[in-house]
Design a protein around this ligand. Structure first.
Ligand code: ZN
Length: 380
């Protein structure tokens, strides 16, 4: 089956989180000649781990392709049925066409084409596919849950490609190699409420903040490095008072977030804010809501992938750590080399989501080439 036909078939299944709509049994039929399966269902979230039939050879390098089959709801205003793939003017339209059924169809077809072409590949490599159905949900019972199970079985991969849509213009122009962490914070500055005409009887927290605000709002807490942008303190809300002009408030509250590079963490953010607000009466709450990770440039995974992209697209990809979180972090946190590469993401979660046919085909070619490079290096 070619990757465009498979993509259309996947789009036609309305797999809004956490529904799976029978996709797994269909994929199992396709993969059956080369793969064994672990299927898992917890709290309505269904996961499928397909592993090549040579897993007893546990010394062989293990590459895993990962992705989510679930999609966000379609919303109103589509020009065609979001769950009936439409092929028009070189594009496939439908919910999930970019995020991320194109990635899944590209790696499924690439792996099958590769194994068909290289009969001895499984003497040198182990290959697995991990599919989940709650990435767009809270993510509790998907990838994170499966990695616990795979660890118990000794099935954790050495390297992982998550086929999320990462490209900016054309497939192969951007690889995501990590993500910043995210720290949420709340500061409360305390004063003493009073009549605006008698300022000596008041302690106004807005005035207390005034001269120090410039040291908080929008400041870089570090310089970042070649992989990460600086960690910027971004204030999202400041509130105080009762929306009247004759009473000064007793308390001021600031909400903020820091997308942190490895040079900053909860402790360093706390130290910085305490220095800025020294002498004031205040409360500070900080919570790391997600932890960052990085896959370094010298890893085999990145070297082989760049080589594959060069040979298919004629240029190297930019490496990026920007953007929000994805399931890649669960691999990264376990110290597994992981990158994300996929089709462009200009219409993800939007109406009339669509993907260029040629981008899906290049992605499949990149994955086939990657497996060839990996095989050649594993044979030695
Ligand atoms: Zn996605």
């Amino acid at each position: 089956m070619d990757c465009i036909t498979l993509l259309q078939k996947l789009i036609n299944a309305p797999t809004i989180t956490p529904q799976e709509c029978g996709i797994y049994s269909f994929l199992k039929e396709l993969l059956n000649p080369y793969f064994s399966f672990i299927e898992q269902d917890t709290n309505g979230v269904k996961n499928l781990f397909a592993y090549s039939k040579n897993f007893k050879k546990d010394k062989l390098p293990h590459i895993c392709f990962a992705g989510h089959i679930d999609v966000v709801p379609a919303g109103d205003g589509w020009e065609s049925d979001p769950f009936c793939a439409k092929h028009q003017d070189g594009y496939i339209y439908g919910r999930g066409s970019q995020d991320m059924k194109s990635g899944i169809s590209a790696f499924v077809c690439a792996v099958l084409a590769f194994l068909y072409r290289y009969e001895n590949a499984l003497d040198f490599l182990r290959i697995s596919l991990l599919l989940t159905s709650d990435e767009e949900g809270d993510g509790t019972y998907g990838t994170q849950h499966m990695l616990g199970l795979l660890e118990q079985k000794g099935f954790l991969p050495d390297m992982v490609i998550v086929a999320e849509p990462t490209a900016s213009k054309t497939c192969g122009d951007v690889i995501k190699i990590g993500r910043r962490g995210s720290i949420n914070g709340v500061i409360k500055i305390f004063g003493k409420q009073g009549h605006v005409a008698y300022p000596k009887q008041c302690i106004n927290p807005i005035e207390l903040l005034g001269s120090r605000l410039g040291k908080l709002a929008g400041v870089n807490l570090d310089d970042g490095d070649e992989d990460f942008a600086p960690s910027k303190l971004v204030i999202t809300d400041i509130r105080a008072g009762m929306e009247v002009v004759n009473v000064t408030p007793s308390e001021l509250k600031i909400l903020f977030n820091v997308r942190n590079a490895p040079q900053s963490n909860v402790d360093s953010v706390e130290k910085y804010i305490k220095e800025v607000l020294e002498g004031l009466e205040f409360d500070l709450e900080l919570k790391q809501s997600s932890v960052g990770f990085i896959t370094h440039k010298h890893t085999k995974l990145l070297a082989y992938l760049q080589e594959s992209i060069s040979s298919v697209c004629g240029k190297e990809a930019c490496l990026s750590t920007s953007g929000g979180t994805s399931d890649a972090r669960f691999f990264g946190l376990r110290g597994i080399d992981v990158v994300e590469i996929g089709v462009p993401n200009d219409r993800i979660h939007a109406i009339n989501e669509r993907v260029k046919v040629s981008d899906v085909q290049s992605l499949e070619r990149i994955f086939i080439r990657f497996l060839e490079v990996l095989l050649a290096n594993s044979i030695g």
